[in-house]
Ligand binder design. Structure first.
Ligand code: NAG
Ligand code: NAG
Length: 203
């Protein structure tokens, strides 16, 4: 009995110590920094309910984005021909999820998943100079398929991804924050590259 109590006391003590290590505010800062400094993530969407053989199945594939808004909304180039775009257009809320992770990836490193809605701008809109410059800065190769490039291979539109839910895994749960980050906190947190020294900074 005595040893059992001692064990639980020791466990409680170590948990209270380590759970203080990474707060939800730290998590918001790391998540915003990760999103801002990366630019390529994995997007997930769902096949539409009327798909002949993949209805409702999840689909995940690499996607370019740029973090061009102070509130953490992301800029995308939306090509209606792509599988993701088709899935998004057919979903009731234009839903998608985007995840990025620290580099090099490891179970002990931070990753974040944003769930949200894709707002597709009508043809010829949404590409103000600031957005265009921000996007090209992180993706110089995308110049060839920007929405205003009339020689681009496919129809392309500007789009904005507005997250409504943020799920963060800081690493191993004994030292890091794991769980949701409230949207208002996420939106008002400034990315700070100095939070971790391990980011693969591309911007
Ligand atoms: C879709 O959006 C509507 C209105 O914005 C909201 O009420 C509803 O909960 C959303 N549905 C899903 C599955 O997110
Ligand atoms: C984020 O800011 C942009 C303007 O920069 C705005 O259009 C968008 O609606 C905002 N997103 C959310 C989720 O509030």
């Amino acid at each position: 009995m005595f040893f059992k109590t001692l064990y639980w006391l020791a466990l409680a003590w170590s948990t209270s110590l380590t759970s203080a290590f990474e707060t939800v505010e730290d998590a918001a800062s790391i998540a915003r920094t990760l999103m801002t400094s990366t630019g390529v993530g994995t997007m997930a969407t769902l096949y539409p309910n009327d798909h002949p053989y993949l209805a409702g199945e999840p689909f995940a594939l690499q996607e370019y984005y740029s973090s061009c808004h102070t509130n953490g909304s992301l800029t995308l180039i939306f090509m209606p021909i792509s599988r993701h775009s088709q899935n998004i257009l057919h979903s009731r809320n234009h839903s998608a999820s985007i995840t990025v992770w620290s580099s090099p990836p490891a179970a002990s490193q931070a990753r974040v998943s944003l769930m949200g809605k894709v707002h597709v701008f009508p043809d010829g809109t949404g590409g103000e100079n600031s957005i265009r410059e921000c996007y090209i800065k992180s993706h110089p190769d995308a110049k060839r398929w920007l929405p205003d490039n009339e020689h681009g291979p496919h129809t392309a539109l500007w789009a904005r991804f507005d997250p409504h839910t943020i799920y963060f895994v800081g690493g191993f749960g004994d030292e890091h924050y794991i769980g949701s980050i409230p949207l208002p906190l996420y939106q008002e947190t400034n990315p700070t590259i100095s939070v971790t020294g391990r980011l693969n900074v591309q911007l």
